[in-house]
Design a protein around this ligand. Structure first.
Ligand code: PEP
Length: 250
């Protein structure tokens, strides 16, 4: 039985005051949504604050990115060990904004994935196609290649205890959401691919959907058999909206 995970990617939003208000709202409301696991992904400077507010609660947190090196002369970067120092359970790798705005290749994303695992973090591997790739019928090929970059280096075992977030690029921050049928079809494709390699890992891995998830569409998405939660951007910045999505997880 896979426990749903609802994860909030705050991106480069927030201030000390906003983080305190948002976390207090989430901590107050988390008890009313006992079903899913909740996690937040604040900008790096607020990890310590989130740790002090959410430590000992049911809410987990993680980094939005990491550098694959353990340490060294990499100005501006943050290692997996540093994220662990601040109590992170998760880290996003390969978010489409990292791929498109910062030029991260699937090979670099794979290195980050393995650095996260080596440090005891759970990597959340983000995959997804652009609008043009969907229109040219390339969705499955693109998603498979993004997953293969990890499989090629670490085999199927790499996905034990990992999370994959399917986030069609055209649905991120646009207000457009994949229909629950469209999302389910790709989630089933991903699960079938992994199950074909290792039935246990394919059956256990949590597959999140991301792309303009809101309280109004969450329940329908979460009813799909291969959708195990959501990675939420915009609607994770207000406690009421994020908790509304979590309610959809039952
Ligand atoms: C995201 O950034 O991962 C995301 C899904 O954003 P939004 O919910 O705003 O589309």
């Amino acid at each position: 039985m896979r426990r749903l995970l609802v994860a909030g990617n705050w991106k480069m939003h927030g201030s000390r005051a906003m983080v305190e208000e948002l976390m207090n709202g989430l901590l107050d409301g988390a008890g009313s949504v006992p079903g899913p696991e909740l996690a937040v992904f604040p900008p790096f400077p607020y990890l310590a604050l989130v740790q002090s507010l959410a430590g000992g609660s049911s809410i987990a947190w993680g980094g939005q990115n990491l550098d694959p090196h353990e340490q060294g002369a990499f100005t501006g970067e943050v290692s997996a060990g540093m994220l662990r120092d601040f109590g992170c359970r998760y880290v996003l790798v390969g978010h489409s904004e990292r791929r498109s705005l910062f030029g991260e290749s699937s090979a670099q994303v794979a290195r980050k994935f393995f650095a996260a695992k080596a440090a005891g973090l759970v990597p959340v591997l983000c995959v997804g196609e652009t609008q043009a790739e969907r229109e040219s019928g390339d969705t499955e090929r693109v998603v498979a290649a993004q997953i293969d970059a990890v499989l090629d280096s670490g085999g199927t075992a790499a996905f034990a205890d990992a999370v994959i977030a399917y986030e069609p690029v055209w649905a991120i921050g646009t207000g457009l959401t994949a229909s629950s049928e469209q999302a389910q079809a790709i989630h089933a494709f991903i699960r079938d691919k992994l199950t074909g390699l290792d039935g246990t890992i394919g059956g256990q891995i949590r597959l999140l959907y991301g792309g303009s998830v809101k309280a109004t569409n969450a329940a329908d998405l979460f009813r799909q058999p291969d959708i195990d939660g959501a990675l939420v951007g915009g609607a994770s910045l207000a406690a009421e909206d994020f908790l509304g999505i979590c309610q959809g997880a039952g």
